[in-house]
Design a protein around this ligand. Sequence first.
Ligand SMILES: [Zn+2]
Length: 477
Amino acid sequence: MNNQEKLDYLISPEKFFPADIKRGSLLDNKSFIEAVERYLNILSESQYWSQEKLEDLQTMRLRKFTSLIQSKSSFWAEYFHQFGFFPEKATLEDLGILPVLNRKILLELGDKTYLNHDFINQSTFSYYSSGTTGVSLKHFYSEREILINYAVFLFRHPALEKFSIGKILSRKSFVVLGMPGFKHVFEKDFFYKNFPFIRSPDLDNPDLRKDIYASIRNAAPAFLVGYGSLIAKLAEWIIEDDVDLPIFAVRTTSEPISTTERETIKQITDGPVINMLSGNGVGYIGFECPTDQGCFHINSETNIMEIVGKDETRMTEGSEGELVITSFAYTLNPVVRYAHNDMGQIFNHSCKCGRTLPLFKFYGRRGYEIILPSGRKIRMMYLYRLHSNVLMGEARLGRLARQFQIIQNRIDNLLLLIVPRREISNADEIMIRLAITELFNGEKINIEIKYVDVIPNGRGHKPSFFIPLSEFQERKL
Ligand SMILES: [Zn+2]
C-alpha cells in the first residue's frame, strides 16, 4: 500500500469492510478480520504521521462526513446553514462556528438529529445511556458502522500491537465483568462469558469466583474486561486465592482506577493493563500513552477533540476546559461538537513515545463528593462507581427512569429524584437503595426517593446526576 492508498483507507474505512457484517457473524470471519487487521496496521503507522498530515486527513474526513449528513438530513442541512458552516470547504477552524451540544440539548432536539436509516439500507440498533448527568439518551447506530469502529479501536493500543488480532477475533476470548458498552456490540461473537450483574461484594462468594476462574481458564488465553472496581476487587481475590490464570490482557472500563488498584491488577497478568477513554455515543476517544501514564493520545484519525471554556470558546493548548468531540464514525447519530461531560486538557507538544497524535488528560467532573456523617468523603471516582451500580447494575435505573438526580441535602440525607419512564415497583426501589448504600461501608445515610415530572438543570444550566452538599447549601435549593 502506498501513502495515498493508506490515506484513502483512513478517509473511508467503511469501503474496505465486507458489506454484510452483522453481530453473530463475526467470529473467525476471514474477510472481516482481514479488514480489521489492515485498518490497525495503517493506524500503527498514522500515529507517527506529521501533525500536518493528520490535520489534512481530519479536514478531508470532516468535509466528507458533514457533506453526507447535510445531504441526508434536513435537520443537519438547516443547522449548518443557520450557523454559516459549509461542509464542502470546511476547515478544522470552521468547526468552532457550530454550537457545543450536550445531552440536554440533544434530548430537547429529539429524534430529528438522527438520520433516516433507509439510505444506508443496513440493520440498526439502539440503546440508552445516562452518563454522569443522570439524563438517559437514546443512541442509534448502523450495526455495520459500530462494528467497524469497535472492532478496530478497541484494539488500537500500543500494548496490543504485538498480538495477533486475527487470533483474538477467531476465538471467544473475552471474560467480562459488569456491562461495559462494548457488550452491546461484541457479546454474541467474542464473549466467552459475561457476569453482567455482579457487584464488588459478590466476589466474596467463593463459588462465584470459582465460576469466574473456570471461565478464564476455558477462554485461555483470556482477555479480561470489566468495570474498574470489579476488576480491582477480583485481582485482590486472585492474589489471595493464589491462583494462576491465563489472562493475556486486562482492560478496565467505565470508571477510573487508582494507582494502587492498577498495581494490584498488574499482578494477575503478564500482559498489559489497558486504559482507554471511551464515551457513550462517541466510541473510543483515545488510548493511554505507554511512556506517560495518565496521558492519553487522541484517536485523531476518527475523532476531533477540542477543549472549550465556560462560554464555549475554544481553549488554547494546555488550558483546562471541557472535552468536546466530533466523531466521523457514526452517520446515523452524528456526533458534532458534543460535550460528553469530562474536564481535561490537550497538549500539542511531542510525546516521548514518538507518537504524533495529540495528547490529552481528563479528570471527570470536579467538586463532586458525598460527605458522610463521619466526615469521610466519597470522591468523584467512587461516584462513577455509584453511578454504574445504580444504572447498569441490578437496579437498572437507566431503564426505569428518564432522568434521575441524587442531591445531598443534609449530612445524613440523600434525596433521589426520579423522572420515571414507567412505574417503579417496591422491589425496584429496594434494589436502588441497595446499590446506593453499598458505597458507604456501613455508615448510615437516609435515602429519600421522590418521583417528579422534571429535574431542573444545575450549574451552567447543565443537567447533573449529582448535587453535592456544598452546592445545595450555596444555591439554597
Ligand atoms: Zn506518547
